[in-house]
Design a protein around this ligand. Structure first.
Ligand SMILES: NC(=O)c1ccc[n+]([C@@H]2O[C@H](COP(=O)([O-])OP(=O)(O)OC[C@H]3O[C@@H](n4cnc5c(N)ncnc54)[C@H](O)[C@@H]3O)[C@@H](O)[C@H]2O)c1
Length: 203
């Protein structure tokens, strides 16, 4: 998809992989909203790129919250003219054994990781898809592109990664299911879903 003047929502865009995406998108002339919990670094990155002439904005958002992400989608529509691309980068990890010296894995930490990584990704997909359905299709009939971030841990997790691997396996399954794709295509949305499977980089 041509990125110039397209609206892109990047969750977790304040740091790491998300921030790298934001920089590349800004260089390509896209208009970007960074949706992240970390206002300090998110605002700083957006201000830096705006100082270079790019259309980059910050929306403080928790991907696991419906209200918060709806607001970030609305900000993208208002500031960028629509949501044409969604890149899901927000993610957290815990390292905890299923049964460690201190006892069993905390249920709260397992739920927290699933809530942010898996449910947060789904929350962004469904709200962005609704916004993309309003876009005028390109000549190729495309209204939007959604990119999710999984991990090699989805297939080959390490000790202590039960929650993280489960969340990333869920993202792979959710992205690849024919049902999800055909649902979107049958609705005439013309959206593409893709997941990226990074190996290791400093988090
Ligand atoms: N670092 C690695 O080696 C590695 C490998 C494979 C996959 N990944 C995945 O890549 C993605 C980015 O990883 P990274 O290393 O750049 O991480 P990072 O910690 O540098 O960035 C993650 C960003 O997500 C934000 N975030 C966390 N919880 C959030 C929430 N509830 N709502 C909104 N924003 C939230 C953080 O504030 C942070 O800015 C993650 O999904 C991670 O699981 C990372």
């Amino acid at each position: 998809m041509e990125l110039k003047n397209r609206g892109v929502l990047v969750t977790g865009g304040a740091s790491g992989l998300g921030a790298a995406c934001v920089r590349l998108l800004a260089q390509a002339g896209a208009k970007v909203v960074i949706a992240d919990l970390n206002s300090e670094i998110g605002e700083t990155l957006a201000a830096e790129l705006r100082g270079e002439g790019a259309g980059v904005f910050f929306a403080c958002a928790n991907v696991a919250s419906e209200e918060s992400l709806k607001a970030a989608v609305q900000t993208t529509i208002e500031k960028c003219g629509g949501v044409h691309v969604l890149i899901n980068c927000a993610g957290i990890a815990v390292i905890e054994k299923v049964l460690g010296k201190a006892g069993p894995h905390s249920l709260e930490s397992f739920q927290r990781v699933i809530n942010v990584n898996l449910i947060g990704t789904f929350n962004a997909i469904r709200l962005a898809a609704a916004a993309m359905a309003e876009n005028k299709p390109t000549e190729e009939g495309e209204r939007g592109v959604i990119i999710n971030t999984a991990s090699i841990a989805a297939f080959d997790g390490q000790i202590g990664q039960a929650a993280y691997s489960a969340s990333k396996g869920g993202i792979v399954g959710m992205t690849l299911t024919t049902a999800a794709l055909s649902y979107l295509i049958n609705r005439g949305l013309g959206a593409r879903l893709k997941s990226q499977i990074p190996f290791f980089f400093p988090m």
